[in-house]
Design a protein around this ligand. Structure first.
Ligand code: TXA
Ligand code: MG
Length: 340
């Protein structure tokens, strides 16, 4: 199959592919998603095939408005009312109980809930309106690889396997949306994102965050959280900005080429290193979040690189989501002066 690249003004053609049961990747403010008509089970099944995604991992349903969500759910609690008012369109995905048979099991993974998201990207909101139905959309990467923040990443993983991709340039946030479960007594964050716990608590009061409690032997509430994610071919080491000199000295002793993923301040100390081994995360937690996945993918193009030193940020605000993704890509490995 030839994968078409649609421009933002070619949404009629892109929606026609979706209506015909084909897959079209779409831009959002977080990462690119792999779209299929959420009401067409045959089409949704193709999403799992194209990504190589485990079939028990449910999909996010992307909608153009709150009214669409209300058509499918068994309950739309006050918390949902307040959160959608405050953060939609935007990077907050809400999980709600469904009416019986609202979506196929392929969408929900057999759960009686679904995750809903209203992305802050006008092109995709228009695409959903053009189709007239919600679209499912996991991140448009091969399962286990970093989520795509450019249409080029989507093509790298999925060219030949999907009908098309709508190219709207780089995504904004760069990390996947915050997922909050509103189907339980206490709202619980299952995956941290750009909408932070503090942002949410300012609107609905005290909530739980489950993501850092999930260990390998526990059953996580968001099925997707149990799989190893974002794993590049090289081993990533989380490294404090102040430890880069020591970490680089240690990496050099290992005798294999290594790469840096760090802010410009840190990279400035390593001007002797080849440019390909100095990937910039910009100058802040905002730019680091935008470029993290691109940086991990960059090193996958350099098979000689066996080790990546990636900069840590304080786990506060957006840093919670950034460190959650970085820790996963590193399999929790961290450079410490005493142990290395
Ligand atoms: O930013 C995003 O959320 C991107 C863009 C494309 O919208 N999408 C995305 O989808 O990251 P995905 O499939 O890669 O991640 C969805 C997460 C998974 O961890 C999945 O297990 C969880 O949400 N999830 C989906 N439906 C759920 C449900 N009913 N209950 C619990 N977790 C659910
Ligand atoms: Mg994903």
């Amino acid at each position: 199959m030839q994968t078409k690249v649609f421009k933002p003004d070619q949404l009629v053609a892109a929606a026609a592919e979706l209506a015909a049961g084909e897959l079209v990747a779409f831009p959002t403010e977080t990462v690119y998603g792999l779209g299929a008509d959420a009401t067409n089970e045959t089409a949704v099944k193709k999403v799992f095939q194209a990504k190589g995604r485990p079939s028990d991992n449910p999909l996010i349903v992307h909608v153009a408005d709150v009214a669409t969500v209300k058509k499918y759910v068994a309950d739309f609690p006050t918390t949902a009312e307040k959160l959608t008012q405050a953060f939609w369109p935007g990077s907050l995905t809400i999980i709600l109980p469904l009416q019986p048979n609202a979506f196929s099991k392929t969408v929900t993974g057999g759960l009686n809930t679904a995750a809903f998201r209203n992305p802050r990207n006008q092109v995709t909101l228009d695409l959903i309106k053009q189709l007239g139905r919600p679209i499912v959309g996991p991140s448009a990467n091969t399962s286990g690889k970093p989520s795509p923040t450019l249409a080029e990443h989507v093509l790298h993983d999925l060219a030949g396997k999907i009908a098309g991709v709508v190219d709207d340039g780089p995504t904004g946030v760069g990390l996947e949306s915050t997922v909050i479960d509103l189907s339980t007594a206490t709202p619980t964050i299952l995956r941290p994102g750009a909408v932070t716990k503090e942002d949410i608590e300012a609107v609905i009061g005290s909530i739980d965050a489950d993501h850092h409690k999930v260990k390998a032997d526990e059953v996580p509430k968001a099925p997707g959280m149990k799989y190893k994610h974002y794993a590049p071919n090289a081993q990533v080491y989380m490294t404090a900005a102040t430890d880069f000199k020591a970490a680089a000295a240690w990496a050099r002793e290992q005798g294999e080429p290594f790469g840096l993923l760090a802010t410009d301040q840190v990279l400035a100390e390593f001007s002797a290193l080849a440019p390909a081994y100095r990937f910039s995360l910009g100058d802040s937690i905002v730019t680091a979040s935008q470029h993290l996945f691109d940086g991990l993918r960059h090193y996958d193009q350099l098979p000689e690189v066996k080790l990546i030193l990636a900069e840590e940020f304080p786990a506060q605000g957006l840093g919670v989501a950034y460190m959650n993704r970085l820790a996963k890509s590193a399999g929790q490995q961290r450079f410490t002066k005493s142990e290395h």
